[in-house]
Design a protein around this ligand. Structure first.
Ligand SMILES: C[S@@+](CC[C@H](N)C(=O)[O-])C[C@H]1O[C@@H](n2cnc3c(N)ncnc32)[C@H](O)[C@@H]1O
Length: 405
């Protein structure tokens, strides 16, 4: 057993005691991130940005959104051909964090395609109310389009037509952890321990649930993914994204027709579930520090796991989504004109030198092959259009095209 043991905060002692002394890692992650009283996002104490706990592409400046908006404008233009003229088109931002991406995308669309604005609305889907408050503040100056916050349940009752974006949101969904120990696969748990009369937290091993057994059998049979890999050493550990397929199901229920763009850290299954990755991909982030100490100060750190490309695509297709394609962020942004943006900075007057340098640094970070440039952009589409034939829309993805052409 992993002997990691750290002091347990009083709120979690209470929760774990009520739960009988131990819970799955999945439950622990859910409490740590989303508990309204103690969770890192639930209380809104995590801050995204250069001065915050971690940065994301949109938090580096508005150039990211301006490039992404080129793709969105093309998708909206194509969607206009499929739906009647009165129909509102929606931009849906899932897990909007500080609201930077939403703000900058609408501002960019105002510039790129002003004619779209009268029929456009912005919908934010955020489960943590403390984050909603921050998003409302950030988006207050945006007056050009109607803005609504909606839950999946509300959207299922009145599905919309438009473009869905999940930018660094799916990596925040709580995961199960799997441990290979004593020639057996276990579900990782988190339990209370008494050390010198103090309550500590440590990992424990629980039997696999029926849901996990079914999911792992599906992965083996349908995708040829072997968990654990054949040469895994004792103690090998990895993640399973048990909330991904239900999320894709709900996303499909929220849309009549349009694309879904997922932008996130992701790995191919052979790299994800590999013997040479013995501790999985989960990391904790706070104050710009990355840590592998997942049990440390629960509720104070962001916890995030990479996605697995094949399982994401498999779940998406099983939930009715048609795959459009996938690219690394570096390639996607170059295809959308990042090099031209970089070049244009040279033309800024010398009075704007510091702004030009900051934007240059941000643009280079967005495509850095050992940083944000490694992120994956995965696009899917759905057509449940009540106005026409349910055929694939065949949406064009400029971000997948060769940047040179
Ligand atoms: C890592 S932040 C991403 C922020 C933003 N998209 C960005 O890239 O800057 C994750 C966001 O997802 C939200 N979140 C977590 N689980 C969610 C869920 N099931 N549905 C919607 N939002 C969720 C968090 O509260 C937070 O706002």
């Amino acid at each position: 057993m992993d002997r990691t043991s750290v002091p347990c905060p009083a709120w979690l002692v209470k929760r774990l005691t009520q739960a009988g002394g131990s819970v799955s890692f999945h439950k622990f992650m859910e409490w740590s991130l989303n508990d309204p009283e103690y969770g890192a996002y639930g209380t809104g104490q995590l801050k995204i940005g250069r001065q915050g706990d971690f940065t994301t592409s949109p938090s580096l400046g508005d150039d990211f959104a301006h490039l992404l908006a080129i793709q969105l404008a093309e998708w909206f233009e194509q969607l206009e051909q499929f739906v009647d003229k009165e129909r509102t088109l929606s931009l849906l931002d899932f897990g909007p964090g500080e609201g930077d991406l939403s703000f900058d995308l609408i501002s960019a669309l105002e510039e790129i395609c002003p004619a779209l604005l009268p029929r456009l609305e912005l919908i934010l889907v955020e489960t943590n109310q403390a984050m909603v408050l921050r998003q409302k503040k950030r988006l207050a100056p945006l007056t050009t389009v109607p803005i609504r916050w909606r839950s999946f349940d509300q959207l299922a009752k009145a599905p919309v037509t438009g473009v869905m974006i999940a930018h660094e949101m799916l990596d925040a969904l709580p995961v199960e952890r799997l441990v290979w120990r004593d020639q057996r696969l276990w579900r990782q748990g988190v339990c209370l321990e008494k050390l010198d009369s103090e309550s500590h937290l440590s990992f424990t091993e629980l039997p696999l649930s029926a849901a996990l057994l079914t999911a792992l059998a599906d992965a083996r049979v349908c995708l040829d993914i072997q968990i654990p890999p054949l040469d895994a050493a004792d103690g090998w550990c990895s993640e399973w994204h048990c909330e991904l397929e239900p999320w894709l199901h709900q996303a499909a229920k929220a849309l009549t027709c349009g694309p879904l763009l997922v932008i996130d850290y992701a790995l191919e299954a052979r790299r994800y579930y590999s013997a040479s990755r013995p501790a999985g991909t989960l990391m904790a982030y706070r104050q710009q520090i990355a840590s592998g100490a997942l049990l440390q100060d629960p509720g104070q750190w962001d916890l995030t796991a990479h996605l697995c490309l094949e399982t994401l695509q498999f779940f998406a297709e099983r939930q009715g989504w048609t795959r459009l394609g996938e690219a690394r962020q570096g390639q996607a942004l170059l295809a959308l004109g990042l090099a031209e943006k970089l070049h244009a900075l040279q033309k800024l007057p010398s009075s704007q030198l510091s702004i030009a340098l900051q934007r240059r640094e941000a643009l280079l970070r967005l495509v850095d092959p050992v940083g944000l440039g490694e992120f994956r952009w995965l696009a899917f589409e759905l057509n449940q259009n009540p106005y026409g034939v349910e055929e694939p829309l065949g949406l064009r993805c400029r971000f997948l095209e060769d940047p040179i052409s």
